[in-house]
Design a protein around this ligand. Structure first.
Ligand code: 13P
Length: 253
Protein backbone atom coordinates (compact mmCIF):
# COMPACT_ATOMS: atom_id res chain seq x y z
CA UNK A 1 0.00 0.00 0.00
CA UNK A 2 1.35 3.45 -0.83
CA UNK A 3 2.11 5.80 2.04
CA UNK A 4 -0.80 7.47 3.79
CA UNK A 5 0.28 10.80 5.21
CA UNK A 6 -1.13 13.38 7.62
CA UNK A 7 0.97 16.50 7.04
CA UNK A 8 0.66 19.59 9.19
CA UNK A 9 1.45 22.94 7.60
CA UNK A 10 1.75 25.41 10.44
CA UNK A 11 2.44 28.23 7.97
CA UNK A 12 3.67 31.42 9.77
CA UNK A 13 1.98 30.74 13.10
CA UNK A 14 2.82 30.20 16.79
CA UNK A 15 5.45 31.49 19.20
CA UNK A 16 8.19 29.07 20.27
CA UNK A 17 6.35 28.37 23.53
CA UNK A 18 3.09 27.75 21.71
CA UNK A 19 4.86 25.41 19.29
CA UNK A 20 6.34 23.41 22.19
CA UNK A 21 2.96 23.25 23.94
CA UNK A 22 1.20 22.08 20.80
CA UNK A 23 3.71 19.27 20.24
CA UNK A 24 3.56 18.23 23.90
CA UNK A 25 -0.24 18.13 23.78
CA UNK A 26 -0.26 16.19 20.58
CA UNK A 27 2.18 13.60 21.88
CA UNK A 28 0.04 13.12 24.98
CA UNK A 29 -3.05 12.28 22.89
CA UNK A 30 -3.71 8.80 21.58
CA UNK A 31 -2.48 8.52 18.01
CA UNK A 32 -1.18 5.54 16.22
CA UNK A 33 0.70 5.14 13.00
CA UNK A 34 0.91 1.85 11.15
CA UNK A 35 3.94 0.98 9.03
CA UNK A 36 2.43 2.55 5.87
CA UNK A 37 1.33 5.74 7.66
CA UNK A 38 3.29 8.91 8.42
CA UNK A 39 2.74 12.19 10.24
CA UNK A 40 4.79 15.13 8.97
CA UNK A 41 5.12 18.53 10.63
CA UNK A 42 6.02 21.39 8.30
CA UNK A 43 6.89 23.95 10.95
CA UNK A 44 8.39 27.44 10.57
CA UNK A 45 12.10 26.87 9.86
CA UNK A 46 13.16 28.47 13.13
CA UNK A 47 11.29 25.77 15.09
CA UNK A 48 12.78 22.79 13.22
CA UNK A 49 15.36 22.02 15.96
CA UNK A 50 12.67 22.26 18.64
CA UNK A 51 10.26 20.00 16.74
CA UNK A 52 13.02 17.53 15.90
CA UNK A 53 13.97 17.31 19.56
CA UNK A 54 10.35 16.85 20.70
CA UNK A 55 9.61 14.21 18.08
CA UNK A 56 12.92 12.34 18.37
CA UNK A 57 12.55 8.59 18.49
CA UNK A 58 8.90 8.61 17.33
CA UNK A 59 8.56 6.25 14.43
CA UNK A 60 6.98 7.45 11.21
CA UNK A 61 6.89 11.06 12.42
CA UNK A 62 8.97 13.64 10.52
CA UNK A 63 9.73 17.33 10.66
CA UNK A 64 9.55 19.17 7.33
CA UNK A 65 10.38 22.58 5.91
CA UNK A 66 7.73 24.76 4.25
CA UNK A 67 10.00 26.00 1.47
CA UNK A 68 13.66 26.17 0.47
CA UNK A 69 15.86 28.22 -1.81
CA UNK A 70 16.76 26.66 -5.14
CA UNK A 71 20.54 27.21 -4.82
CA UNK A 72 22.87 25.22 -2.59
CA UNK A 73 24.54 28.22 -0.94
CA UNK A 74 25.68 31.74 -1.65
CA UNK A 75 24.80 35.39 -1.30
CA UNK A 76 21.03 35.02 -0.82
CA UNK A 77 20.41 36.90 2.42
CA UNK A 78 17.58 35.52 4.50
CA UNK A 79 17.21 32.29 2.53
CA UNK A 80 17.69 28.65 3.57
CA UNK A 81 18.89 25.98 1.15
CA UNK A 82 17.84 22.35 0.82
CA UNK A 83 21.31 21.08 1.86
CA UNK A 84 21.07 23.22 5.01
CA UNK A 85 17.75 21.59 5.89
CA UNK A 86 19.35 18.19 5.33
CA UNK A 87 22.01 19.02 7.93
CA UNK A 88 19.32 19.45 10.60
CA UNK A 89 17.61 16.19 9.69
CA UNK A 90 14.80 17.43 7.44
CA UNK A 91 13.64 14.80 4.96
CA UNK A 92 10.59 16.52 3.44
CA UNK A 93 10.18 20.00 1.97
CA UNK A 94 6.86 21.52 0.90
CA UNK A 95 7.20 23.21 -2.49
CA UNK A 96 4.92 25.38 -4.60
CA UNK A 97 2.27 26.06 -1.99
CA UNK A 98 -0.36 28.36 -3.49
CA UNK A 99 0.56 31.03 -0.93
CA UNK A 100 4.15 30.99 -2.18
CA UNK A 101 3.00 31.04 -5.78
CA UNK A 102 0.74 34.01 -5.05
CA UNK A 103 2.71 36.12 -2.54
CA UNK A 104 6.25 35.24 -3.59
CA UNK A 105 5.65 34.90 -7.32
CA UNK A 106 6.90 31.32 -7.49
CA UNK A 107 6.65 30.12 -11.07
CA UNK A 108 6.72 26.63 -12.55
CA UNK A 109 10.21 27.41 -13.88
CA UNK A 110 11.46 28.25 -10.38
CA UNK A 111 9.74 25.16 -8.99
CA UNK A 112 11.68 22.93 -11.40
CA UNK A 113 14.88 24.20 -9.75
CA UNK A 114 13.48 23.75 -6.24
CA UNK A 115 12.26 20.21 -6.96
CA UNK A 116 15.71 19.35 -8.29
CA UNK A 117 17.36 20.88 -5.21
CA UNK A 118 15.23 18.80 -2.86
CA UNK A 119 15.73 15.54 -4.77
CA UNK A 120 19.48 16.22 -4.91
CA UNK A 121 19.66 15.92 -1.12
CA UNK A 122 17.54 12.75 -1.23
CA UNK A 123 14.62 14.44 0.47
CA UNK A 124 10.97 14.29 -0.52
CA UNK A 125 9.31 17.26 -2.18
CA UNK A 126 5.70 17.67 -1.07
CA UNK A 127 4.65 19.37 -4.28
CA UNK A 128 1.49 21.48 -4.11
CA UNK A 129 -0.92 22.08 -6.95
CA UNK A 130 -4.50 23.31 -7.15
CA UNK A 131 -6.77 25.72 -8.95
CA UNK A 132 -8.30 29.08 -8.01
CA UNK A 133 -12.07 29.50 -7.78
CA UNK A 134 -12.53 31.00 -11.24
CA UNK A 135 -10.89 27.96 -12.84
CA UNK A 136 -13.13 25.58 -10.82
CA UNK A 137 -16.18 27.62 -11.86
CA UNK A 138 -15.10 27.43 -15.49
CA UNK A 139 -14.72 23.64 -15.11
CA UNK A 140 -11.11 23.62 -16.34
CA UNK A 141 -9.46 22.47 -13.11
CA UNK A 142 -8.08 19.29 -14.64
CA UNK A 143 -6.22 21.12 -17.40
CA UNK A 144 -4.97 23.73 -14.92
CA UNK A 145 -3.59 21.18 -12.47
CA UNK A 146 -2.15 18.97 -15.23
CA UNK A 147 -0.18 21.91 -16.55
CA UNK A 148 1.22 22.68 -13.07
CA UNK A 149 2.37 19.07 -12.79
CA UNK A 150 3.76 18.80 -16.31
CA UNK A 151 5.63 22.10 -16.14
CA UNK A 152 7.33 21.46 -12.80
CA UNK A 153 7.70 17.67 -12.61
CA UNK A 154 7.72 16.00 -16.02
CA UNK A 155 11.49 16.47 -16.44
CA UNK A 156 11.96 13.91 -13.63
CA UNK A 157 12.84 10.27 -14.21
CA UNK A 158 10.41 7.54 -13.15
CA UNK A 159 12.62 6.79 -10.17
CA UNK A 160 12.57 10.44 -9.11
CA UNK A 161 8.84 10.98 -9.56
CA UNK A 162 8.09 7.97 -7.39
CA UNK A 163 9.80 9.86 -4.53
CA UNK A 164 7.57 12.95 -4.85
CA UNK A 165 4.45 13.46 -2.73
CA UNK A 166 1.69 15.52 -4.34
CA UNK A 167 -0.64 17.77 -2.37
CA UNK A 168 -3.75 18.82 -4.27
CA UNK A 169 -5.04 21.97 -2.60
CA UNK A 170 -7.86 23.82 -4.35
CA UNK A 171 -7.20 27.47 -3.51
CA UNK A 172 -10.90 28.13 -2.93
CA UNK A 173 -10.86 25.58 -0.09
CA UNK A 174 -7.75 26.87 1.74
CA UNK A 175 -8.56 28.57 5.02
CA UNK A 176 -12.13 29.17 3.88
CA UNK A 177 -13.89 26.41 5.80
CA UNK A 178 -15.11 25.21 2.40
CA UNK A 179 -13.85 21.77 1.46
CA UNK A 180 -14.05 19.95 -1.80
CA UNK A 181 -16.62 17.18 -1.37
CA UNK A 182 -15.07 13.75 -1.05
CA UNK A 183 -16.38 12.99 -4.56
CA UNK A 184 -14.76 16.13 -5.97
CA UNK A 185 -11.50 15.23 -4.24
CA UNK A 186 -11.59 11.65 -5.53
CA UNK A 187 -12.37 12.79 -9.06
CA UNK A 188 -9.40 15.12 -9.37
CA UNK A 189 -7.02 12.86 -7.42
CA UNK A 190 -7.83 10.03 -9.82
CA UNK A 191 -7.25 12.43 -12.69
CA UNK A 192 -3.87 13.51 -11.25
CA UNK A 193 -2.88 9.85 -10.94
CA UNK A 194 -3.90 9.29 -14.56
CA UNK A 195 -1.66 12.18 -15.65
CA UNK A 196 1.30 10.43 -14.01
CA UNK A 197 0.21 7.04 -15.36
CA UNK A 198 0.17 8.38 -18.90
CA UNK A 199 3.72 9.70 -18.60
CA UNK A 200 5.36 7.15 -16.26
CA UNK A 201 3.10 4.07 -16.39
CA UNK A 202 0.44 2.86 -14.00
CA UNK A 203 2.72 1.09 -11.55
CA UNK A 204 4.78 4.25 -10.90
CA UNK A 205 1.58 6.35 -10.66
CA UNK A 206 0.20 3.90 -8.13
CA UNK A 207 3.20 4.53 -5.85
CA UNK A 208 2.67 8.30 -5.64
CA UNK A 209 0.90 9.55 -2.51
CA UNK A 210 -1.59 12.30 -3.37
CA UNK A 211 -2.71 14.33 -0.35
CA UNK A 212 -5.77 16.56 -0.23
CA UNK A 213 -5.52 20.02 1.36
CA UNK A 214 -8.13 22.67 2.01
CA UNK A 215 -10.06 22.95 5.28
CA UNK A 216 -9.39 19.37 6.35
CA UNK A 217 -10.46 18.92 9.96
CA UNK A 218 -11.28 16.11 12.38
CA UNK A 219 -14.92 16.14 11.30
CA UNK A 220 -14.29 15.58 7.57
CA UNK A 221 -10.90 13.82 7.43
CA UNK A 222 -12.17 10.26 7.59
CA UNK A 223 -14.60 10.69 4.72
CA UNK A 224 -12.09 12.47 2.49
CA UNK A 225 -9.23 10.04 3.26
CA UNK A 226 -11.47 7.04 2.62
CA UNK A 227 -11.51 7.85 -1.09
CA UNK A 228 -9.29 5.42 -3.00
CA UNK A 229 -7.01 8.04 -4.58
CA UNK A 230 -6.77 10.29 -1.51
CA UNK A 231 -3.72 9.29 0.50
CA UNK A 232 -4.10 11.65 3.44
CA UNK A 233 -4.02 15.40 3.84
CA UNK A 234 -1.98 18.58 4.06
CA UNK A 235 -3.59 20.48 6.89
CA UNK A 236 -3.32 24.15 7.80
CA UNK A 237 -5.63 25.60 10.48
CA UNK A 238 -6.67 22.31 12.07
CA UNK A 239 -3.02 21.27 12.51
CA UNK A 240 -2.65 24.07 15.09
CA UNK A 241 -5.12 22.34 17.43
CA UNK A 242 -3.73 19.19 19.06
CA UNK A 243 -7.04 17.32 19.37
CA UNK A 244 -7.92 18.09 15.75
CA UNK A 245 -4.62 16.96 14.30
CA UNK A 246 -4.47 13.82 16.44
CA UNK A 247 -7.91 12.87 15.11
CA UNK A 248 -6.73 13.61 11.55
CA UNK A 249 -3.75 11.27 12.04
CA UNK A 250 -6.14 8.62 13.30
CA UNK A 251 -8.35 9.10 10.23
CA UNK A 252 -5.63 7.81 7.87
CA UNK A 253 -6.50 4.55 6.19
P1 13P B 1 -6.32 24.97 5.73
O1 13P B 1 -6.32 23.58 6.24
O2 13P B 1 -6.19 26.02 6.80
O3 13P B 1 -7.46 25.23 4.78
O4 13P B 1 -4.97 25.14 4.87
C1 13P B 1 -4.68 24.20 3.90
C2 13P B 1 -3.31 24.42 3.45
O5 13P B 1 -3.00 25.41 2.80
C3 13P B 1 -2.30 23.44 3.85
O6 13P B 1 -1.10 23.63 3.15
Amino acid sequence: MRKQIAAANWKMNLSQNEAATLLNELLSLPHSLQAHQEAIFAVPAIYIPLATQKLAGKSNIYVAAQNCHQKESGAYTGEISAPMFATVGVKHIVLGHSERREYFAESDVLLVEKVNAVLAIESTPIFCCGEPLEIREAGTQNEFVASQLKNALFHLSADQISKVVIAYEPIWAIGTGKTASSDQAQEIHAYIRSVFAEKYGQSIADQISILYGGSVKAANAKEIFSQPDVDGGLVGGASLVATEFAAIINALK
